[in-house]
Design a protein around this ligand. Structure first.
Ligand SMILES: [Zn+2]
Length: 110
């Protein structure tokens, strides 16, 4: 399965499209489609018919956007950054690869 550079819970900056320059939190990562759903970004209006559970009317919902259109915002230096890989040693002495900020080097996965 292809890996995304963004994960659920990441703060991201939108690089293109109608929400360019906005920031939001990743609600869902869809690695299979290389897409992410970002809170408040790429809102689409859906006209819904009433069902047993849903009221009729217009529902606003985030639609997935391609992961190449977002950049992770580093929680440490607060800048939109590219990701590099960093090696960390786990408690069991195994080595794991985690994401790190290319600007300040801070690990994004703890
Ligand atoms: Zn950083």
């Amino acid at each position: 399965m292809p890996k995304l550079h963004v994960k659920k819970g990441d703060q991201v900056l939108i690089l293109s499209g109608k929400d360019k320059g906005k920031k939001g939190k990743v609600l869902t990562a869809l690695p299979k489609e290389s897409k992410v759903v970002v809170e408040g970004i790429n809102i689409v209006k859906k006209h819904a018919r009433a069902t047993q559970h849903i009221q009729a009317g217009i529902h606003e919902k985030e639609a997935p956007i391609h992961s190449s259109k977002v950049m992770v915002i580093c929680p440490s230096c607060k800048k939109a950054t590219r990701i590099k890989k960093a090696q960390v040693k786990k408690a069991n002495d195994k080595v794991a690869w985690v994401r790190a900020c290319k600007k300040c080097g801070e690990l994004l996965d703890k």
